[in-house]
Structure formats: C-alpha cells, structure tokens
Design a protein around this ligand. Structure first.
Ligand code: 16G
Ligand code: MG
Length: 558
C-alpha cells in the first residue's frame, strides 16, 4: 500500500471513531444496532465493500437497513457479486474491521488482510459499490458514512440507488454483474412481464370476485412505496395497500409488518373486523419477508397465519405439478430428471415438513439465516427455501434453465394448448419472476397470486393444504449466549452439557412434541421454540424448556 493510500485511510478513519464499550458483530444478516452508534461501522463496511469489489473484480452491494427492527435502529449488509450474502469467509474480517480500536490498528488489519487475499491498492481497478437504503431517517447520514468509507480506497466509487428494498438492491447487483440492465425500472419490468406471462398461461379458473382483492400491509416501510409503483404496471391484480408509511402516525414496523404478524399472530394496525375472511399479506420493513394471513372473525384480534412454510408448500406443489406435466412417461423428457429439493429450518412447522415429505420431496434443514438456506438450495436443479418467518425464494440451476430453453425451442411449433409447452413456459417465467439473488416479498407475492389464480384457489383453500401444529416461541435472557453450541441445524444442544437430555425428557411428555433452543443471531437472547398437539401443551413445553435454559445459563444462575 503506498503512502497516499495510507494517509487517505488514516485521515478518513479518524473522522469516524468507534463508540466506546460496544462490540459489533456481522451476525446473521449484517451489522445492526442503534443508528446513533453505527457511523463508524458503516464507514468501515464501505472499506470492506471496496476491498471485496477489488478482490472479486465485480460490483458489490451495500444495503443500509435494520429490516423489521424498530425505527431507531439501523444496519448494514454487503451483497456479493452473485447478489447473495457476503461470503462467510470474510465475516471474521468484517468483525475485526468494525471493532478495530483506532485508525492505526484499522490500517494494520487492512494491510494484513489485503496481503493474505492478494488485494493490491494501486488504484488501477475501479471498485464499484451499489448503495441502497430503506426509509429510516438515519439512512441518509449513514449513507454518507458509507460513501466516505468507499472513497477512502483509491479508485473506488459508490453508486447511490436511493431508497430501495433489500431484494431490489441484491437483484441489481446480480443483474449488473451478469451484464444485464439493472435499474429499478428494469426490475419492475422483469417482474411485471414475467407475472403477465404466467397469468396468460393460466387455465382461466379465477378466484371469486370478493376474494379477488389482496390487502397488503406495507409495514410502513419501503415495500409499500414500491408495491404501488409495481401495481401501476400490472393488470389482473387488485391490491389495496395499507400501512404505506405515508401518514404522520405511521411508524415503521410498529404493530405492523411480517415480523409482527408472524410472531404475535394478532391483527396488525390498519386491519380489523371489516377484513374478516379476506386475503391479506404483510411485508417486513425492507420487504424481504412475506407472510399472508386471514382475520377469521370479528370477535377476536387473533389471525390465522399463512406463513413462509405455507408459501413454500404452495410453490413446491406448483413446481412439482409443472415438472410432472412435462415428464410424460415414455417421452423424451424422461432422459433428464431435474432434482427438486426444499430447504427449511428447525422453525418450520412440523405439519409443513410432513406435508412436503408426503409430496415425495427431499426436505433438508439448515441453521437459521438466509445465507444457510440459500447455499443449500443451490445443490438442486430447483431448490425452494423458506423460513417460517417469510424469507425465501426459488433457485434454478443454470443447467436446468438451459434444458428448459432447449425444450422451449423444441416445442416452439407445438400447438398453443400443448400442456407440456405451457409447463415449460410457466417455469421459465417463474425463474424470471422470482428473485434469484435473495428472498423478495414483492416477487414472492406476485408468484403466490399467480399460483392461486392458476389453481382457482382462495386463501382458505391454500391454508387448508395442512393444519399447523400449535407452537410457541419464547425469549430468555442469559449471562452469555455464546456459551451455547448447537448441532444438527440447531435442533440439538452440545453445550452446556446435560441440557439436551433435559429438553428431550420434557419433550417426550407431550404428544407430537418438538422443541429446541438456540442463541439468537440478532439479539442478546436465547430463543425457545416448542410445538405440540394443542396450544396449551405447546405453551407448557415452551415454558418448561425456557426454565431449563434459565437453570443452565440464566442471569439468576450466577
Ligand atoms: C435475520 C435473518 C433471518 C433470520 C433471523 C433470525 C437474513 C437476511 N435475515 O433476520 O433469516 O430468520 O435473522 O433472527 O438472513 P434470530 O437469530 O434473532 O432468531
Ligand atoms: Mg427484512
């Protein structure tokens, strides 16, 4: 590193001292904290993004968001050239960078790491970072900090995409690195044209007119604004947007949004007795989560949640159906058997896993966090993943897509009503509609709507695919959650010793009982999950396991 680069880094970083007494961790989905203490972290993440761009010789993404967290929080995460999450190999460097106590140690870290990674700071490569932020007021000043970080590496530029959803930014990074057009308008055009294509191929069975309207809870975040732009480009979809964030009292994620409805299972603000029986959907604050719900009666504030597991089941059913339409016995299509797999986490309701296995699908569990599910889904020709909380998408392998393209050509002269041809065209359209970079509430919502229309199903028909087992989630505050080591996709605890045996003994007392504990990757708590054949039983099992967590690890246990 030459003297010019060194002094640039020293000078810029001295403007962003780290707050005393805080330890930052890249965590499950990037750095997250109170926005007031994040400037140095975002500045340093800007340096990291520029170095990652130099290393990969590609465009990198940087998104400023704290997703479903409260409005006063913010965060930052990095998107790799594929549009996916930052490689896990760089996470320890991200942590070290964020916590380096002063400019000199920061410089030393950068010098050592760049030597190890063969990154040469000679200013000859133009590192490019696409920057996005959600609607949080703190986003603007944090964006400035990000730019300062980027500019402290000679030859690096930040391209500001403004206020976007997290999946939009990931999509743009992926598109641009593939040499395709990657503006917001391109994103909307791709989604709307592929949606139209699937709808045009639908057999014409339509849901009844009352049910035809979809009511969307925008979580008072960026998703609302974007869904409005998208709906303007769409026919055949009647969307009423609530919680758009436009009103003075509309506070981001407060009593609204996908995280709230999925965890609390109660009616979000802006919804009520007039919505009984209607098809409703909630996005989270940065629109990478999607869940649906039904208000079952005017007498209760409880909702029936149609969560990520049900979305996964709907997608899996649809894709499997298209594959079997193409795979007529004795035909040439038998020569290649695409492998369809589904990926869930331990939070997936046991009833969903049972349903998917009954469909004959390979079901795999990974630890919590999109990066784990996404990576596992890449093992399949078609990998569908969802977390119960609404993060998920469908990944198509290059091999499968080029096979589909060949089939399209072969079937070009087949009659318009050829079912095989339609199935091929449908799957190609799905691969364009559904975000291949990361789970995306907007593209996921369009695919759900198109499939319901295809099947002529109401939300009630969809919800009846299987019945969720009653479940309960609890949080427990402990002395040190890093003392916990889990295995088998977080379904078992290795350390502290003895706790797993105690959990097993409790769980065995309940019919259809299942429970696990895991340290949160985003909060300083331990999470407990339990399910059983009745709500009372699930509550009681969750409470017993929470007591065990407290006994083995709790604050009171000192
Ligand atoms: C983050 C993750 C999400 C995960 C959640 C778990 C991404 C983009 N988001 O929101 O996948 O379900 O954390 O939080 O990876 P927890 O560790 O606090 O339970
Ligand atoms: Mg989110």
């Amino acid at each position: 590193m030459d003297e010019k680069q060194k002094s640039l880094l020293l000078k810029a970083s001295s403007q962003f001292p780290i707050p005393p007494g805080v330890k930052f961790s890249y965590g499950t989905a990037g750095f997250r904290a109170d926005a007031l203490i994040l400037e140095s972290t975002v500045f340093r993440a800007g340096i990291l993004a520029a170095m990652r761009s130099m290393k990969t010789r590609s465009m990198i993404g940087m998104m400023i968001t704290a997703s479903h967290n409260k409005i006063s929080d913010n965060g930052v995460k990095i998107a790799d050239p594929s549009g996916g999450m930052l490689t896990q190999q760089w996470e320890p460097f991200a942590d070290a960078l964020a916590n380096a106590p002063d400019s000199d140690s920061l410089l030393r870290l950068i010098t050592d790491f760049s030597k190890k990674e063969n990154i040469v700071f000679d200013g000859t490569f133009r590192a490019e970072i696409l920057l996005g932020r959600d609607t949080r007021p703190s986003g603007e000043s944090l964006l400035e900090a990000a730019k300062q970080g980027i500019h402290s590496i000679v030859g690096s530029v930040g391209i500001d995409m403004g206020v976007v959803t997290t999946p939009q930014l990931h999509w743009m990074v992926r598109a641009r690195n593939k040499g395709m057009k990657g503006s917001e308008l391109d994103y909307f055009e791709q989604l709307s044209s592929s949606f139209r294509c699937i709808m045009d191929l639908n057999p014409g069975g339509s849901v009844n007119s009352v049910d035809n309207k979809l009511i969307v809870d925008g979580s008072n975040g960026v998703g609302g604004e974007k869904i409005e732009s998208l709906t303007k480009m769409l026919d055949g979809l009647n969307i009423e947007l609530r919680n758009s964030g436009a009103g003075v009292m509309d506070i981001l994620n407060e009593g609204v949004g996908a995280d709230f409805v999925q965890k609390e299972k109660v009616v979000p603000d802006g919804f009520g007795s007039n919505d009984v029986g209607k098809r409703c959907a909630s996005l989270d604050g940065d629109a990478d989560r999607l869940v649906y719900f039904i208000v079952p009666s005017a007498d209760t504030n409880k909702i029936d949640i149609v969560d990520g597991d049900k979305i996964l089941s709907l997608f899996a059913l649809f894709v499997k159906e298209q594959l079997s339409i193409m795979n007529i016995k004795g035909s040439e299509y038998n020569s290649y058997q695409p492998c369809l797999g589904v990926v869930q986490t331990a939070y997936a309701n046991g009833a969903s896993t049972h349903y998917l296995k009954e469909l004959g699908l390979a079901v795999t569990l990974t630890p919590t966090g999109v990066k784990h599910l996404h990576r596992k889904s890449e093992d399949y020709d078609i990998g569908i993943y969802f977390e119960a909380n609404g993060h998920g998408t469908i990944l198509f392998s290059e091999k499968f897509l080029s096979w589909l393209e060949d089939k399209r050509e072969e079937l070009a002269s087949a009659p318009e009503d050829s079912q095989q041809k339609k199935a091929v065209l449908r799957l190609l359209a799905v691969s364009n509609l559904i975000n291949q970079a990361v789970g995306d509430a907007l593209s996921g919502l369009l695919l759900v709507e198109a499939i319901l229309q295809y099947k002529g199903w109401s939300i009630h028909d969809w919800n009846a695919l299987y019945q969720d087992l009653p479940s309960r989630q609890l949080k427990v505050i402990v002395k040190d959650r890093t003392a916990i080591i889990t295995t088998n996709a977080e379904t078992e605890v290795l350390s502290p010793m003895g706790i797993q045996e105690a959990i097993n003994a409790e769980t065995a007392k309940y019919p259809q009982g299942r429970s696990f504990m895991r340290p949160s990757g985003t909060e300083d708590v331990v999470r407990v999950y339990a399910e059983a054949s009745t709500q009372d039983a699930a509550d009681s099992l969750a409470n017993s396991v929470a007591k065990l967590v407290d006994k083995y690890l709790g604050i009171s246990n000192s």
